[in-house]
Design a protein around this ligand. Structure first.
Ligand code: FAD
Length: 320
């Protein structure tokens, strides 16, 4: 049960690239944004070592350092950044209500949702041990580090197929580990995989252990789930492509979502189906899932929020 009440013009939920970029723009537009960081201040990039593809860092930067820069820039313009998570929301009437940490209710004229998505992992201890040291959940982000080397990728859906073909352009050899005797991916994607000479698909196969030398990945131990036979593959990189879960549980029944829980936005904007509520970053994007695209849509969300408030002030109906 919530006790305290506070009203804000612009509430930002989440502190990844999308949330911080929204904060920079909203603060500079004088919306006096309040941000709740969630349990992972800085978002997904705090889990990674090198980020080499974010413009503006010519020599690369670590994920945690980059997100610290985002935070400082958002703070510089006066964003009120608070540690806490949104535990429930009520978007059924204006102003919108968001409960923080189950105890405090914030009412807000606009809400920018940037709660991101969480990569699904296999759950092996060795996967955690070598995460960032050969283990990755993002081929586009980390494939480059394995140029000319051998890698393995786990997964059988469209994303896994897409990522395997992406890796095949960079790497010498790509082992694709498929749990069943068939793919879940579309026929077109399967066709692409099977016609890429340096991808070897290994069916009925599960990962038993990721092997390493204490510093980096050196191989993967796999088991055939039909015969029980174990074998080791020599690889320098291990990619997990078994899906992502958007962090949208608290918005169920409040906002339109697709079948997998990603928030739906009006194409070309960050508008959700509820006026004054905007969604940016991976929480509404199952396709690009990059820091720079998340940041771009964070900018869009702040501009959409600012224009929504300006239109309201002048009593103009915003049509989505
Ligand atoms: C290991 C790894 C390496 C990556 N490397 C790269 C790379 O090199 N380059 C690249 O471009 N991309 C990379 N990515 C992808 C990139 O991290 C994401 O695309 C990007 O972080 C998405 O930003 P976001 O702001 O949408 O969400 P996220 O970064 O996922 O942040 C979500 C935020 O929401 C908060 N949150 C969640 N639920 C709540 C709640 N209920 N209340 C309040 N807050 C909440 C979390 O605490 C977090 O702060 C990588 C991803 C991973 C996992």
């Amino acid at each position: 049960m919530s006790e305290e009440l506070e009203h804000v013009q612009c509430l930002i939920i989440g502190s990844g690239p999308a949330g911080y970029t929204a904060a920079i723009y909203a603060a500079r537009a004088d919306l006096k944004p309040v941000m709740y960081t969630g349990m992972e201040p800085g978002g997904q990039l705090t889990q990674t070592t090198e980020v080499d593809n974010f413009p503006g860092y010519p020599t690369g930067i670590t994920g945690p350092e980059m997100m610290e820069d985002f935070r400082k820039q958002a703070e510089r313009f006066g964003t009120d950044i608070r540690f806490g998570y949104a535990s429930s929301v009520d978007f059924s009437s204006l102003p919108h209500k968001v409960v923080i940490d189950d105890i405090k209710t914030i009412t807000a004229d606009t809400v920018i949702i940037s709660t991101g998505a969480t990569a699904k992992w296999l759950g092996l201890p060795s996967e955690g041990k070598y995460n960032g040291f050969g283990v990755s959940a993002c081929a586009v982000c980390d494939g480059f580090f394995f140029k000319g080397q051998d890698v393995a990728i786990v997964g059988a859906g469209d994303t896994a197929a897409e990522e395997a073909t992406y890796l095949a352009k960079l790497c010498k050899k790509v082992y694709m580990l498929v749990r069943r005797d068939e793919f879940r991916a579309s026929k077109a994607m399967v066709h692409r995989v099977l016609n890429t000479p340096n991808i070897e698909v290994i069916y009925n196969t599960e990962t038993k252990e990721i092997l390493g030398n204490g510093k980096n990945v050196t191989g993967v131990r796999v088991v055939n789930n039909q015969t029980g036979a174990e074998s080791d593959l020599d690889v320098e990189g291990f990619f997990v492509a078994i899906g992502h879960k958007p962090n949208t549980d608290i918005f169920k029944g409040q906002l339109d979502m697709d079948d997998t829980g990603y928030l739906k936005t009006v194409p070309g904007s960050t508008l959700t189906n509820v006026e004054g509520v905007f969604a940016s970053g991976d929480v509404q994007d199952s396709y690009y899932r990059q820091a720079v695209t998340a940041a771009g849509s964070g900018c869009m969300a702040a501009l959409d929020a600012e224009r929504y408030l300006a239109a309201k002030e002048h009593d103009v109906k915003v049509v989505s």
